[in-house]
Design a protein around this ligand. Sequence first.
Ligand code: FE2
Ligand code: ZN
Length: 373
Amino acid sequence: MNDKGIERVVTVGSALEVHFAESKKITFESCWLRDHCRCVSCYHANTFQRAKHLLEIPEATIVKVEYDKNQLIVKWSDEHESAYKSDFLSQFDYKTWKESRRLKPILWRGQKVNEKITKIHVDEFLKSVEGQRSVFQSLLDYGVALIEGVKPSLEATEIVCKALGGVQHTIFGGMWQFTTKAVHADTAYTNLPLAVHNDNTYFTEAAGLQILHCIEHTSGIGGETILVDGFYGANCLKEDHPEDFEFLTMFDVEAEYIEEGHHHTFAAPVIQIDKKTQDLKQIRFNVYDRSAMAFSSNEECKLYYRSLRNLSRYYEDPLSQWQFKLTPGTVMVMDNFRVLHGRTGFSGTRVLCGSYVARSDWLDRARSLKLIQ
Ligand SMILES: [Fe+2]
Ligand SMILES: [Zn+2]
């Protein structure tokens, strides 16, 4: 039985108002209807692609409408005929459509998230759909997941990275491994403490996931990982300092990365929000990689410092942070669009390996697992 069946169709100007069961009503403009014709000459059902260029679609008018519970048939002034299943049409109620595409992150503050996130054995992650769903759900909900029982080697870590969506290649390589021997001109390649930050604010698109595996830490102490929910801090700023929040969603902060033979630079707001929903979309917060820059006014300059400092206070608050020691065998996965990471200073030999995964690639996995639309 089709419970979203068509009950009535009314012509309103150039549009059709389609009434479904349960008093649901959706209005379709004729240009939309013609563009969404699913006949074989308009749509390749096998590749899910439109067959016609936008400029080839005739601006024809509707001359006749027929319908029953299951479908709507439109006859056009150029004698084309389109049929639409009611299940197809009923998806396009704007409110439901918009809502179904929202990600619903669960904001967190401090240590307690440790009890909420997915911690899973690598075999369960690699070999079962439930295991994969659990890891990606944890990334969608909290922006963090831990995969345990991984052999402390680059090769074993790479298998995990591939299953998370595939290794993303950057100037730092694909899979990378580092100690304090600096192969890149970056603070990460030292043993100094690192305040929490997002990576790659200087790339046109920052890495989606950051994957870290501490494969060795001997004859020394420290080197604890620090994570903070960037969305939680941004929300606090919105409540306590709305003007600062507003500024950070509008103002393009410049960032750069320079080493021999490379010069990356990009400018964008620190807090990115979705235009339709106002949901938080991305945090680009890195105090180290900010470039020197000019301001249009003294006011703008002062606002830049005030708002960034106010946001920093949430991120640097120990009560916001989750601090823990990563040990060989545990691969940490985090959403670089949301969660900030840092570390305490350390001594001894510490070897880390890991990679990035592009956001498009991990969301593709999550979508294929039917976790998001
Ligand atoms: Fe980093
Ligand atoms: Zn057609």
